[in-house]
Design a protein around this ligand. Structure first.
Ligand code: ZN
Length: 323
């Protein structure tokens, strides 16, 4: 655990933050952990990680350290088929997606409980991310599955930006390896294995390493106490993609990462860390927000823990051709 970096000052900051809280979050779990800046954490990570992808700054993973690399024998591919049954009814107005597209990277934020997309976007704009906005959900009729939609499921940005996807790079399926450096409370090994059941794209789990493998990628997963959100911490999870060819270019083969905020308490916030982890990994693989408010890929207040049939079918279709 990284407990020693911020001495007395950090402890005071945590106490002050807990006084100002609204009841949807508290610092009980990570109270001994100083609040850290997620951007600084990532810079530190890049500067100090090992050649094999390991990072000495990773917190105690608990049992995850023993999780085997996801295998098809334990998580076989699902038999998904196109052909919609009764699609779930969209309940109310689905919340908007909070996205920062600044020409070098795309960040997608999952707001903390009680935080609207508009409020989070305004806070991020005021704290060094001027290109952040809340994108209202589309209501395009599904004509799919196609690259953009199937039923209530959507790919990233609902095709308002170029469709992003992982390339095969010489493999039968694209191989996306999740290099987990997050703490024991985030069930990344479980969530990655669930997504590995989607046909045509492979998601593999590794604890704190990602050895070189030609044509495969490493997506880093970090966690930390990023704080309650008076600056840019009013989110539970964040996915960052980096452009490879400048503004509007294809999404990257390198530098994709996921950050999970320890600060917000699942018990009082009405979410589970399994939901959050599953949701964020869905974004990494290319999914946007599902229009059904009860889906794990809904923009907020998602209820289900599993990946959902329409999400799986849409992803399987997106990766059904070699790119
Ligand atoms: Zn999301």
């Amino acid at each position: 655990m990284r407990r020693t970096r911020g001495p007395a000052g950090a402890a005071v900051a945590v106490l002050l933050a807990s006084v100002a809280m609204t009841g949807t979050a508290h610092a009980a779990g990570p109270a001994a952990e100083p609040i850290i800046d997620p951007d600084r954490q990532y810079a530190d990570f890049l500067a100090t990680r090992g050649a094999d992808g390991s990072w000495a700054g990773a917190p105690d993973p608990g049992g995850k350290a023993k999780s085997p690399v996801t295998s098809l024998s334990t998580h076989p591919k699902l038999a998904v088929r196109a052909g919609l049954g009764a699609s779930p009814v969209v309940t109310g107005d689905a919340p908007a997606t909070v996205v920062n597209v600044d020409g070098t990277k795309v960040e997608i934020f999952l707001p903390a409980p009680g935080v609207t997309a508009e409020r989070l976007a305004a806070s991020l704009r005021a704290h060094g991310r001027p290109h952040t906005r809340a994108i209202a959900p589309g209501r395009a009729a599904p004509a799919g599955p196609n690259d953009c939609a199937y039923g209530q499921a959507r790919t990233l940005y609902e095709c308002r930006y170029p469709v992003s996807f992982w390339q095969n790079n010489g493999h039968e399926d694209p191989i996306v390896r999740f290099n987990d450096h997050s703490g024991a409370s985030w069930p990344v090994s479980n969530a990655v294995s669930k997504w590995n059941q989607v046909p045509n794209i492979d998601s593999w789990y590794y604890w704190n390493q990602c050895p070189f493998m030609a044509g495969a990628r490493c997506v880093d997963v970090l966690s930390g106490n990023y704080g309650p959100g008076d600056q840019d911490g009013a989110w539970i999870g964040k996915v960052t993609f980096r452009w490879t060819t400048g503004a509007g270019g294809p999404l990257p083969e390198q530098g994709t990462m996921l950050q999970l905020n320890d600060y917000h308490d699942p018990k009082t916030g009405g979410f589970t860390r399994n939901m959050v982890t599953t949701h964020e990994i869905g974004h990494v693989l290319g999914l946007g927000h599902n229009l059904y408010s009860g889906d794990v890929m809904a923009a907020a207040a998602h209820k289900r823990e599993d990946i959902g049939g329409e999400n799986a079918t849409l992803l399987a279709n997106l990766y059904s051709i070699t790119r």
